[in-house]
Design a protein around this ligand. Structure first.
Ligand code: HEM
Length: 538
């Protein structure tokens, strides 16, 4: 083995990184040579052309020319904060993840985002919000890359480019930037009825959060937890905000997009600077790991479905406090790289086909966005656990690796740290049985129910929330140019609820169609309504 440890840089203590931290007493070039003048280029006389030999000019301008990196292909607009996560120890029976142990404190970095707007877009648009958390645990970095909506538009990751192409700005006009209010988005969701559940959440008040501090977060997928005895439990992750869930009014959201496009960014920064540290509780919904991977008739591998909290209560397992703003937006918020494959012992994945595809996508996109394979060495991405990975070289290599034998086993570099390690500490891929089935491009039949939970959501809303949903559909669909798309979406709403369909149709001045299938019998869930939802004060 080769000693390979990359040392922390100071970000975790709030100090700027030690490497080239621009703290010298005098202005210098990037190479450290003292400067006399950085305000005038070197010219052939005061009225003459700039000389090619002006190496200071060229260094300064060249670096500036390359200041921008590509924005994220989705979730480009975001803001971040540092914080501390404290475990309650209540998850010990189901997972051996050390950061959930009682009173264990772990540093975290959270990035909140919108999904569809570009880096410079407004915060208050109707959209899903990202809620991505990096836990710098002693056992390696764990990333919980979630959203503020507990379901997703699609069931298979191979459809992700399609939904994003439909929801991003029109290829010809490059308008608008919100996911709704254009023909391609409504074309997609009315043709892919599995998207109706996520869409109704977007059309509800959840689509316009008042603040990042008042958002829930969801891991969406079902994960597989493993305890110290090797026993497994299926689980969904939930973040519950201490301040409760609150939204903007649509009129407020629209005005803010003009008056203060940085509203959410400012709110988070100001709150933390003022010492009003935002808090969330992390909770788990737990399900027995049965061979069919269902609970209460719900397929746990279908990311368009929730499990109602009445059936599986959310059990608190720890608390998150965001208590420090970034020192440098680019270095931290822009360069942070989340990845679902960043797992720790005690937390493993399931075969949810959306989750499986995401396991490929994040690392792949970051190879381009952060220019090569060494972005885990960027300070914000460095694990706080010791690293010895045998990875070498590559663009932007920052480490000077010692040792001559980055392979194992070897007889040159002092043996084999892999075998010397305590096997109990290592990540275990749970040896789940992979059924003997033919290779096939298809979903399980259980993924075919696209309407019952949309109806459950609608039925769970209070009258004012229903009114907001109707107004949102009417406003957004009213922006479509193509009448056939409005009609197809109304057909989808007819399969959700006749009142919803009728009211939106009236708003659009179109006839309300009849449902094409029987309406599901649902028991409304008060938990889905935002009204009155509050964390008990302590
Ligand atoms: C970025 C969540 C589905 C590809 C993100 C981010 C979040 C997120 C929170 C922003 C991370 C940050 O703040 O830097 C989710 C959730 C999903 C989902 C909750 C469904 C449950 C997918 C799928 C794919 C995908 C299916 C592709 C197959 C990406 C990519 C980025 C991203 C490429 C940009 C990452 C980067 O540039 O660093 N996602 N996503 N996502 N997501 Fe997803």
């Amino acid at each position: 083995g080769s000693p390979d440890t990359v040392t922390p840089t100071g970000l975790e203590t709030g100090l700027p990184p030690t490497a080239n931290s621009q703290q010298g007493a005098f202005l210098t070039t990037a190479q450290g040579a003292r400067l006399r003048d950085t305000d005038h280029s070197l010219k052939a006389g005061p009225r003459g052309p700039i000389l090619l030999q002006d190496h200071h000019f060229r260094e300064k301008i060249t670096h500036f020319d390359h200041e921008r990196i590509p924005e994220r292909v989705v979730h480009a607009r975001g803001t971040g904060a540092h914080g501390t996560f404290t475990g309650y120890g209540t998850a010990d029976e189901v997972t051996r993840a050390g950061f959930l142990a009682k009173d264990k404190e772990t540093q975290v970095f959270v990035r909140f985002s919108t999904v569809l707007g570009s880096r410079g877009s407004a915060d208050s648009v109707r959209d899903t919000r990202g809620f991505a958390t990096k836990f710098y645990t002693d056992e390696g970095t764990f990333d919980l890359v979630g959203n503020n909506i507990p379901v997703f538009f699609i069931q298979d990751a191979i459809k992700f480019p399609d939904i994003i192409h439909a929801a991003k700005p029109h290829p010809d006009r490059e308008i608008p930037q919100a996911q709704s209010a254009h023909d391609t988005f409504w074309d997609f969701v009315s043709l892919h009825t599995e998207a109706q559940h996520h869409t109704i959440w977007n059309m509800s008040d959840r689509g316009i959060p008042r603040s990042y501090r008042t958002m829930e977060g969801f891991g969406v997928h079902t994960f597989r937890l493993v305890n110290a005895a090797g026993e497994t439990t299926l689980a969904k992750f939930h973040w519950k905000p201490k301040l409760g869930v609150h939204s903007l009014e649509w009129e407020e959201a629209q005005m803010l997009a003009g008056l203060d496009p940085d509203f959410h960014r400012r709110d988070l920064y100001d709150a933390i600077e003022a010492g009003a540290f935002p808090e969330w509780e992390l909770g788990l919904q737990l399900f027995p790991d049965t061979p069919d991977e269902t609970f209460g008739g719900i397929d746990l591998l279908d990311p368009t479905k929730i499990v109602p909290e009445e059936l599986a209560p959310v059990q608190p397992v720890g608390r998150l406090v965001l208590n420090r703003t970034p020192t440098n937006f680019f270095a931290e918020t822009e360069q942070v790289a989340f990845h679902l494959g960043n797992l720790v012992p005690g937390i493993d994945v399931t075969n949810d086909p959306l989750l499986q595809g995401r396991l490929f996508s994040y690392l792949d996109t970051q190879l381009t966005r952060l220019a090569g394979p060494n972005f885990p060495q960027i300070p914000i991405n460095r694990p706080h656990a010791p690293v010895n990975d045998m990875l070498r070289d590559g663009f932007h290599q920052q480490a000077v690796h010692g040792g001559v034998a980055p392979y194992r086993p070897n007889s040159l570099d002092g043996g084999n740290p892999f075998e010397a390690g305590d096997a109990q500490q290592a990540f275990l891929d749970v040896p789940v049985t992979v059924t003997e089935a033919p290779k096939i491009r298809a979903n399980p039949v259980s993924f075919d129910d696209h309407y019952s939970q949309v109806r459950l959501f609608w039925q769970s809303m209070s009258p004012i929330e229903k009114e907001h949903i109707v107004r949102a559909y009417t406003f957004e669909l009213g922006k479509c140019y193509e009448q056939t798309i409005k009609e197809r979406q109304l057909q989808c709403l007819a399969n959700v609820d006749p009142v919803l369909c009728e009211q939106v149709a009236t708003g659009l001045g179109l006839p309300a169609p009849e449902p094409t299938q029987a309406l599901a019998e649902v028991t409304p869930s008060p938990v889905l309504s935002q009204i009155g939802e509050q964390w008990p004060s302590d």
